[in-house]
Design a protein around this ligand. Sequence first.
Ligand SMILES: C[S@@+](CC[C@H](N)C(=O)[O-])C[C@H]1O[C@@H](n2cnc3c(N)ncnc32)[C@H](O)[C@@H]1O
Length: 229
Amino acid sequence: MKTNNLNNDNKIEEMTDFFNLRARSYDDHMKGVIAGDFNNFYKTISFPIPDTNDIINILDLGCGTGLEIEGIFKKAPNAILTCVDLSSEMLSELKEKYCSYDENIITVEDSYLEFTYKPDKYNFIVSAMTMHHLEQDDKMKVYSSICNSLQKGACYIEGDYVVKRKEEKEIFNEYLALKKIHPEIDNGTYHIDIPFSKETQMKLFQDAGFSRVDIIWEKESSVIFVAHK
Ligand SMILES: C[S@@+](CC[C@H](N)C(=O)[O-])C[C@H]1O[C@@H](n2cnc3c(N)ncnc32)[C@H](O)[C@@H]1O
């Protein structure tokens, strides 16, 4: 995946503007994006979650319109889901889509870089197609908070884009060049794509304190990691 971080007017877009504008058409757009296997990708995100009627706590970071949530409620219909996203319009779509789960969903309009992660709280934390907006320092910060916020033995499930190692370097150098002109882009609130390689991701998870990382999906550029506390 080659990144293009400027829009048609040669501008970098703020994350909220980018997704607020695209919220209505987002789901249809995504059907064409994930390596022709959209349904299986989102279904696989919920694989590590057991079939249970228990009330379990799940945190969804960068939940968007909640594409990953359908599979989660199929397996754990009584789960309490905390859904964090910067975009009010994406969260509105999510609430409309899952109105029958009104009592199970808590939406939080916030950045996952600023969110208050309570220690040992969640049975599962998930994120889909969102962490590629962060550079390594910010990712490490979020991953450490995630690890700390999981219950003992629980896991973090991340589905995202990855790139080959050579491409990773090119993309990151492109990003650094852009950051020289626009230093404001490094706080996770601009729509910047900085995907890393599978190898870099594995190292980041380990450095953040996860004890083991499995890959449960790998197709073209999309990968699903399961990082165990
Ligand atoms: C490509 S969408 C993915 C949405 C959903 N998880 C999915 O797979 O369809 C990325 C989402 O992450 C959100 N996002 C990006 N950076 C964020 C941040 N720092 N904090 C919270 N949400 C963020 C965006 O607003 C957007 O809704």
